[in-house]
Design a protein. Structure first.
Length: 206
C-alpha cells in the first residue's frame, strides 16, 4: 500500500514526454501517481546507451534512474525506422548526422540518403519502447509503432525530431509536425507504448 502519491521518475530531458505520460494516465483514470522529471532531482550523468535495440536502451536509462533516485522509473527509447534503409536510423535516430540532437542536420542527411527512393518504397514507422523499472528489480517493457511514409521535404512547425518528414498513415495529407499535440498523443508510437505500460504503473500505486 502506497502512502500518498506514488512518485515515478520520467528519465528524459524532454518535458513533452512527461506531459505525454501524464495525459495517458489521466485518460486511463490512473490516480495516485506523481511524475517527477529530471529537472526535479539532482543531476546525474546520463548512462551510455550502448544497447542494440530500443528495449535495451530504454532499460539502461530506467535502471540508472532507479539506481540514482530509488524511485520507480519510466524511460523510453525511440526513433524512425525507414524500410528502404533496413530499419535505420533506428536506435541511431537522435545522432544520425554524428551529433546528438541536431534535428535539422539529421533530417537533411536522411533526405539526402533517400532522395532516389521512389514513393512506393518510402515506407517508415516511428518506433518507441518504454520501460518501467522498480526499486525491487521488476522490469517491464512495451513497444508501440506508428506507421507511415517518408516525405521529400519537411512540413509543419510542431513536434520535434523527424516529425516534419513523417507522413502518418492515419492522418492523410499531413505530417506529424502538422498535427496538434492532442492528435499526436492519440496516434503516436510513444502513446501506444505508454498506454500498454500504464496498467503496470497503476498496480504500483495501489
Amino acid at each position: 500500500m502506497v502512502n500518498g502519491p506514488l512518485k515515478v521518475l520520467v528519465a528524459s530531458g524532454n518535458a513533452k514526454k512527461l506531459i505525454e505520460l501524464e495525459t495517458v494516465l489521466s485518460e486511463l483514470g490512473v490516480d495516485g501517481v506523481e511524475l517527477v522529471s529530471l529537472a526535479d532531482i539532482p543531476a546525474y550523468p546520463e548512462p551510455v546507451e550502448n544497447g542494440l535495440t530500443f528495449a535495451e536502451n530504454a532499460l539502461i536509462k530506467a535502471r540508472e534512474g532507479v539506481k540514482q533516485t530509488g524511485l520507480p522509473c519510466v524511460a523510453d527509447d525511440s526513433g524512425l525506422a525507414v524500410a528502404a534503409l533496413n530499419g535505420m536510423p533506428g536506435i541511431l535516430s537522435a545522432r544520425w548526422c554524428g551529433r546528438h540532437g541536431d534535428d535539422a542536420s539529421n533530417n537533411e542527411l536522411l533526405l539526402a540518403q533517400t532522395s532516389d527512393i521512389g514513393d512506393p518504397h518510402r515506407g517508415a514507422a516511428f518506433v518507441s519502447c518504454c520501460a518501467l523499472v522498480t526499486p525491487d528489480g521488476a522490469e517491464f517493457t512495451a513497444e508501440g509503432r506508428w506507421e507511415g511514409s517518408l516525405l521529400r521535404e519537411p512540413r509543419g512547425e510542431g513536434g520535434f525530431g523527424y516529425d516534419p518528414l513523417f507522413a502518418p498513415a492515419d492522418a492523410p495529407g499531413r505530417s506529424a509536425a502538422e498535427l496538434t499535440p492532442e492528435e499526436k498523443n492519440t496516434r503516436s508510437h510513444r502513446g501506444k507504448a505508454l498506454r500498454e505500460l500504464a496498467p503496470r504503473i497503476a498496480e504500483l500505486a495501489q
